[in-house]
Every structure is written in structure tokens, then in C-alpha cells.
Design a binder for this molecule. Sequence first.
Ligand code: FES
Length: 246
Amino acid sequence: MASVVSNKQVMTGTFLMWLECAGISLEARPGQFVMVHCGEETVLRRPLSIHQADGGKFALLYAIIGKGTQWLSQCSPGVEVDILGPLGNGFMVYPDSRNLLLIAGGIGIAPLMSLADRAISDGRNVILLYGTANKDRYHLPSGVTEVAATEDGSIGYKGMITELVPEHVEWADQIFACGPLPMYRAMAKMSELKNKPVQVSLEMRMGCGMGTCYACTIRTRQGLKQVCKDGPVFDMNDVIWEEIKT
Ligand code: FES
């Protein structure tokens, strides 16, 4: 059980919740997720990325997309939430990687923040390409060099965040991304990324979150994989994107 410390709306329809639970926060690696029991109205737990961890607390950044997350948004400080985790594999940063390029599309910023935090505290260089539809976007904590793009041009580059990727590829030792499927499909077609180590975090409907129900199975070049157990982080070039449906 994790106790809600705070739960605030940080942009339209998106909340940042901090919870107290040392068992999760001290164990969590960037890119891992938790399964959250969202009240009695929902049968299945909801998978949510661990956004940040700080001592005995960890944060979830979540958009309201249904009954479960609506319930979560109503939880006040002090409420106990039933949470399973940390789950999944998380991002893998190679020991000799100095320059990390992070690419976030919309709420895909959620799992990348803890990766940025960890990389910066390890003395690595981080550039975060962060794309949203408009200026209603998450205000990033300081310390991250952000390159912004909005589809309507209200902040930063006008267009899709993927259009900024090619100019940063050479600088990067490794690339990490989280965003919607069209973003991944665009990246998978980029010749600049063919020989780069690119890790992507997949968002998928889940049942158990622990590798037993097979609801999250995908086909990869390494065979069938379960997103909850073998992922959610995969090598971009291993995923057969034409067969992914979320
Ligand atoms: Fe059950 Fe992945 S959600 S196997």
C-alpha cells in the first residue's frame, strides 16, 4: 500500500501524484512501471510508468483516460493506494555512454524524467526533445536541457518532435524514447537511426502486468515477447512496428 502525499493537476487532464512507499521508490529503475488498483469500479489494475523517485517517495504522471485514472485523480493526500511494482525491465544505459538523447511525445515524458534525473546525477549529458500538441505541456524540473516542439508552433519548433531527431543523432551515444505509436513508426523509418542504439518504452493494454495472462504479447525479431515482463523497454529495431496495435 502506498500513501498519497500529493496529487495535483499539472496540465489539462494530467495529474502528478507523489506517493510514499520506500519498497517501490528505492527499488525502481528508470523505465519500470507499476500496476495500480484504481478503486472498486475497475477490475484490472492500470499500468503507469514511474515518473520520478526521491528517497522513500515516487511519482506517477498520468492522464485521465478512463474510470481508473479518473478515480486516481480524486485521491487526496493520506489515501492508501494498492500498487504492485516496480515491474518490467527499465532502460539500460551503457557504462561508457556520455551523451543521452531522450525523445518524448506528449505523456511519454512520464518514464523519461527518472532516466534524465539518474543520468544527470551520474554526470552524463542529457538532451530531451519534448513534443506536444500545444503550449499546455508539463513544466519540466530544472537540470534538463530541453528542446521543445509544438504542433501549433506556440512553443519552440513548429511541427512534430521527430523532425528534430536527425540533427541530434550524431551527438548521442544512446537514444531513449517514449511516445505514441506514430512517433515510433516515424523513428523506425529514419535511416539516421538504423545503426544507433535506440530504446523505446511501449504502452500496451495489460491484464496481470506480471507475465501470466499474455494480454500484452507482441511479435519482435527475437520472437514473441510480453511487454509487461520482457519490456516495456525494447530495442526499437527489434520491434515489428507494422504488427503493433495499441
Ligand atoms: Fe499479463 Fe503482460 S499483462 S502477460
